[in-house]
Design a binder for this molecule. Structure first.
Ligand code: ZN
Length: 225
C-alpha cells in the first residue's frame, strides 16, 4: 500500500533552513519563531500539491476559502509532546489537514511505546493508532459514501486503525454530517446565484470567475453526492 510521498523532504533538507530547524529541534526557538515562517510556508505549498488539496484523514477537499488563511501544518505525531518534538520537521510526519480534523485530533497521541522512543520514523516501527498518511493508503482503508458516511474497507489490514480514526475524528457523527451537509448546500446555492447574475454580462472578468466557480461547485458536488 502506498500513501503520500515525502516530496517535502527536498525543502526541509535545504541548507538555508538547516540552522533554524536545528535550533527548533534543540528547543532554542519555538514553532512560531519568525525564522521558521518561510520554510513553513513552502511546506504548506508543497504539501497542498502532494495531497491534491485533500485532507488525508477525512478525504475531503480542504475548503477553498481556507487556502490562504489559517490552515496550518499538522503533525501526525504531535509536536507538542516532548517525545515527538524531534519529528516536527520529519517529512513523513507532516501533512495539511482540514480544520475540523485538526480540531478533533487535538494533541492525541497516535504512537505506541516504540513509536514514542524512536529517533527515526519508518513503516513497521511500531503501532500507530490510525492508518498512517505516508505508510498506508488511507483512501484505500476507508470508503466515503455520499452524505458523507465513512465505512471501514475490509481487507486493508488497517481495519482497527481506520475504525479508531473514524471514531476519534467523529467522522460519522450525525451532528457533523448534518452540519457539513448544510454548509455545502448553502455554499452551492450561493454560488448558483452568483453564477446566475453573470449570465447577462459579457465581461471577460466574469467569464474567468465563472470558470473558477464551476470548479468550486464541482468539488462541492463530489462531496455531496
Ligand atoms: Zn479532514
Amino acid at each position: 500500500m502506498a500513501g503520500l510521498k515525502p516530496t517535502i523532504r527536498v525543502v526541509l533538507n535545504r541548507k538555508e533552513y538547516r540552522d533554524s530547524i536545528q535550533k527548533y529541534l534543540r528547543g532554542e526557538i519555538e514553532w512560531g519563531h519568525r525564522s521558521l515562517s518561510y520554510v513553513k510556508k513552502l511546506t504548506r505549498d508543497v504539501l497542498r500539491k502532494e495531497q491534491n488539496e485533500i485532507c488525508p484523514y477525512c478525504q475531503r477537499v480542504i475548503v477553498v476559502e481556507r487556502r490562504n488563511t489559517l490552515e496550518d501544518i499538522e503533525h501526525f505525531l504531535d509536536k507538542s509532546r516532548d517525545c515527538y518534538r524531534r519529528h516536527a520537521f520529519t517529512a513523513t510526519n507532516l501533512i495539511l489537514s482540514c480544520h475540523s480534523c485538526n480540531i478533533e485530533k487535538g494533541t492525541r497521541d497516535l504512537g505506541d511505546s516504540s513509536v514514542r522512543a524512536a529517533r527515526y520514523l519508518y513503516p513497521g516501527l511500531g503501532r500507530f493508532r490510525w492508518p498512517h498518511p505516508y505508510y498506508d493508503d488511507i483512501a484505500a482503508c476507508v470508503r466515503k459514501e455520499p452524505g458523507p458516511v465513512y465505512i471501514v474497507v475490509a481487507g486493508s489490514g488497517r481495519e482497527v486503525e481506520t475504525e479508531n480514526m473514524i471514531k476519534d475524528l467523529k467522522l460519522n457523527q450525525l451532528r457533523n454530517i448534518e452540519s457539513r451537509h448544510q454548509v455545502l448546500t448553502q455554499r452551492s446555492r450561493k454560488i448558483a446565484s452568483i453564477m446566475a447574475s453573470f449570465i447577462t454580462s459579457d465581461r471577460e472578468s466574469c467569464k474567468r470567475r465563472l470558470k473558477f466557480l464551476v470548479e468550486v461547485l464541482e468539488e462541492i458536488n463530489k462531496e455531496l453526492y
